[in-house]
Design a protein around this ligand. Structure first.
Ligand code: XIL
Length: 366
C-alpha cells in the first residue's frame, strides 16, 4: 500500500480508536471491536511481519543469540513472526573488538545469515555509544587525536565488514540527557559535539546505501530531549551530514502514561525529510502481573505502533525481544518484568493482539 493511503486508512481507524485500545469496543463497530480484543481467525493466522508488510511497515525484533542457538521455539518465532531483526548485543563494540585490534564478527555474522535465510532486513546496532564499550577503550586514557582515530577505524571497519547487508544503522545511540543537554560521554568529553557529524560521515563513506539513524530513549513524546534531538538533526541536515532517520527506542513502563503525542513528535522529524522508526519497544510491568497491567501494557504498545502508522515515513517497528522468557528488564529494573508481547510460553498477550489488530486495520483489512 502507498504510504499516503496507509496514513489515510490509519487516520480513520485512529479516530475511532483514539481513546484507548480497551474503550474502543464502545465506539467502534462490533466487528472492529472484536478484532481489537480477540483477533478474527484469519488475522490471528497472519504474522505481525506479514500484516506489517501490507501496511508498508517492517516489524522487527531484537534477537538474543544464545536463545537463538538453544531454544527451538524461540528460533521459530524469530524466523516466522518478524520481517526485520536487530542484534540485541552482538554488534556492540565490546562484542566485536574485545581486545584492541582483535575483531570477532562470528556472532553478528550468524544473525546476518539467519536474516538472509528468512528474508529479513537487519538493523545494525550500534556504532557510537557510551555503554558496552570494551575495557581497553574505557581504561585507555587516549588523547583526543588517538580517540578520534580509534572511532574512525571502528566505524569504517564495522560498516565495511557488513557493507550491503545492513538496512539501517544506529550510528549514534543515546547522545542526549533527558533535559536536552548532550550526554557527557567519553566522545563528548574528548572530541566535542562534532563527533556526531563525523560518525555519520564516516559511516556513509563505508556504506553509502545504508540508512543512517540516530537513536535514543525518552523521546517518544514532545519534550526537552526530543526537541534537542530535533534541533540537532535539523542542523545536521542543513550541513548536508548524511543522517537519514531518527530511532525512537520506546522503552515504556505501565506506571507512567503512554506518550499520546507521539505522532505529533514524529511528524516533526517527518517534516525534516527524515525517516523514523520505533527501534526497541517494550513495556515493563511492576510485578506481579495482573489483567489491568496487561491491558495498560497493550495500550502502550498500541500507542507506539499507531504513532508509527500515522507517520508517513515511519519505516519499522521493532520490539526489544518478543517473549518474557528472555528480556533485559528484570536484570535492570528491580521488581519489574513481563515487558514483551508474548509470555514465557510464547503465548500471545493482549499487547500482541493489539498490535495485530492495528496492523490489520492499517493493511486495509479492517
Ligand atoms: C541492552 C540489552 O538488551 C541487554 O542484554 C544488555 O545487557 C544491555 O543492553 N538501549 C539500547 C540497547 O540501545 O542496546 C540496550 O540493550 C537497552 C537500552
Amino acid at each position: 500500500m502507498h504510504k499516503a493511503n496507509r496514513a489515510a486508512v490509519v487516520g480513520t481507524a485512529a479516530a475511532a480508536l483514539l481513546v484507548s485500545t480497551f474503550t474502543v469496543a464502545a465506539s467502534a463497530t462490533p466487528e472492529n471491536a472484536a478484532q481489537h480484543t480477540k483477533p478474527k481467525s484469519d488475522v490471528a493466522a497472519k504474522t505481525l511481519g506479514a500484516l506489517g508488510k501490507r501496511a508498508d511497515l517492517r516489524i522487527g525484533t531484537a534477537v538474543d543469540m544464545s536463545a537463538l542457538a538453544s531454544d527451538a521455539p524461540y528460533r521459530a518465532k524469530a524466523a516466522g513472526e518478524f520481517s526485520s531483526v536487530t542484534p540485541e548485543n552482538v554488534m556492540k563494540w565490546e562484542a566485536v573488538e574485545p581486545r584492541r585490534g582483535t575483531y570477532d564478527w562470528a556472532a553478528a555474522d550468524k544473525l546476518v545469515d539467519f536474516a538472509e535465510e528468512n528474508g529479513q532486513l537487519v538493523r545494525g546496532h550500534t556504532l557510537v555509544w557510551h555503554s558496552q564499550l570494551p575495557a581497553w577503550l574505557n581504561n585507555g586514557d587516549f588523547t583526543a587525536d588517538e580517540l578520534r582515530d580509534i572511532l574512525h577505524r571502528h566505524i569504517t571497519g564495522q560498516v565495511t565488514h557488513f557493507k550491503g547487508k545492513i538496512w539501517q544503522w544506529d550510528v549514534v545511540n543515546e547522545a542526549f540527557n533527558d533535559d536536552g543537554t548532550m550526554r557527557n560521554s567519553i566522545w563528548l568529553q574528548k572530541l566535542g559535539p562534532g563527533y556526531i557529524a563525523d560518525a555519520f560521515r564516516w559511516a556513509h563513506q563505508a556504506d553509502p546505501k545504508a540508512k543512517l539513524f540516530i537513536n535514543d530513549y525518552n523521546i517518544e513524546g514532545v519534550n526537552a530531549k526530543s526537541t534537542a534531538l530535533h534541533n540537532l538533526v535539523a542542523q545536521l541536515r542543513k550541513e548536508h551530514v548524511p543522517v537519514h532517520g531518527v530511532g525512537i527506542q520506546g522503552h515504556l513502563d505501565v506506571q507512567y502514561s503512554a506518550p499520546h503525542d507521539i505522532a505529533t513528535n514524529m511528524k516533526r522529524f517527518d517534516d525534516l525529510g527524515l525517516e523514523t522508526a520505533i527501534t526497541e519497544a517494550d513495556v515493563r510491568i511492576p510485578m506481579p502481573v495482573d489483567n489491568t497491567k496487561l491491558e495498560a501494557q497493550a495500550e502502550a504498545y498500541d500507542v507506539l505502533l499507531r504513532g508509527c502508522l500515522l507517520t508517513e515515513h515511519c519505516t519499522d517497528f521493532t520490539v526489544w525481544g518478543f517473549t518474557d522468557k528472555y528480556s533485559w528488564v528484570p536484570g535492570v529494573f528491580k521488581g519489574e518484568g513481563a515487558a514483551n508481547i508474548l509470555d514465557e510460553n510464547f503465548e500471545a498477550k493482549a499487547a500482541y493482539n493489539a498490535m495485530s489488530a492495528d496492523l490489520a486495520l492499517a493493511a486495509g483489512r479492517g
